[in-house]
Ligand binder design. Sequence first.
Ligand code: MG
Length: 164
Amino acid sequence: MSQFRVGIGNDIHLLVEGRRLILGGVEIPYERGLLGHSDGDSLTHAITDALLGAAALGDIGSHFSDLDTRWAGADSLVFLRHVRGLLEDLRFEIANIDATILAERPKMAPHVAEMKTRLAGAMGIDQSQINIKAKTNEGLDAIGCGEAIGAQAVALIVVQTNGL
Ligand code: MG
């Protein structure tokens, strides 16, 4: 007997000069990067929040405070690996992740395969269990003006119960 649980994640970071652009754990060559206490990886943050939401474990800020110097400049895949451990402790298994990057520039398609490899590795799942899409914001709002990159994610997790 299984119980399915779904979670949603949403994140956005400002694009600024003098920062590396990291999305899905992959460094993407670009003239600007995402501003944040950690590496600013909005895709990884959205997925982390979706998993926490599915497990009713709060949000990324409550687990990894931006006031905590341990997370300054942190590789956000560390957050994802930590949440994977929390889920395992609660006997949750990840069924699948679906995510969308919202970015006007640069092109994400050349980097999606590597993002999937890194994210799946951090979560301990197969690449067939994660989908990453990318779209522009049609020139609208901060994302469309190239001032920020956002991401959305949903996660489905399954709780394994005893009593077959
Ligand atoms: Mg964030």
